[in-house]
Ligand binder design. Structure first.
Ligand code: HEC
Length: 194
């Protein structure tokens, strides 16, 4: 099932790589299986596995919970192969990003953007992990394991204490180090397409 989603993503990449232009890409996106002879449309069941929208104030966060100790095990089994044992140094060749470190570097000449240093809301960590990780099988993790691994990543980054039990409420209460580091863009929106 999730293979379909990967193929879908790959199809999207190829279309863009061929520089067909945005209008063509949109058209191909709805029809690419026929047009290019590869991939299959994501089914409703595929989409339901990643169909969430977790907002900074906790809206959309599912029931469930997880601890640092549980998250440590989840991380070792499901994430460390790519993100590295200590999260700061991803494993070469995997394309994975560092998940901690870099705090205080954003205004320097060499900004290091990580979950710890850059992300303004912890809700994104839950949402992103649920939708996109592990890279080879997005949508495969249960919500308790995701809460647990979020607790582990945030505690290893020194953002929450190791005894915080992560759930919908505590997730919304996390104050990320870069929470106030973003400014709103005053430029007006420009709509290129209807
Ligand atoms: C097979 C390798 C692999 C595994 C296993 C994996 N990841 Fe990833 N992860 C990636 C790659 C590759 C990216 C970059 C994706 C991109 O930029 O589109 C990424 C990106 C991320 C990001 C975004 C980081 C950023 O700053 O942009 C987070 C958060 C993340 N992974 C969390 C996890 C968690 C949590 C797990 C375990 C549950 C996990 N990943 C397992 C490969 C992996």
């Amino acid at each position: 099932m999730s293979t379909n989603i990967k193929k879908l993503t790959l199809g999207g990449c190829c279309v863009i790589a061929l520089s067909l232009g945005i209008a063509n890409a949109v058209e191909a996106g709805s029809n690419y299986g026929h047009k290019y002879g590869f991939g299959t449309p994501a089914s409703a069941a595929d989409i339901s596995k990643i169909d969430i929208d977790v907002m900074p104030d906790g809206r959309g966060a599912p029931p469930g919970q997880g601890t640092y100790a549980e998250g440590k095990k989840v991380y070792a089994a499901t994430c460390a192969a790519c993100h590295g044992a200590d999260m700061a140094k991803p494993v070469k060749g995997t394309g994975a990003a560092p998940l901690r470190g870099g705090r205080g570097t954003l205004t320097s000449g060499k900004p290091k953007k990580t979950v710890e240093s850059y992300w303004p809301y912890a809700s994104t960590l839950f949402d992103y992990t649920k939708r996109a990780m592990p890279f080879y099988e997005p949508g495969s993790m249960n919500d308790n394991d995701i809460y647990a691994v979020v607790a582990y990543i945030l505690a290893e980054g020194g953002i929450i204490s190791k005894d915080t039990v992560m759930n919908a409420k505590t997730l919304a209460n996390v104050k990320m180090p870069n929470r106030n580091g973003f400014i709103s863009d005053p430029r007006p929106d420009i709509f290129l397409y209807d």
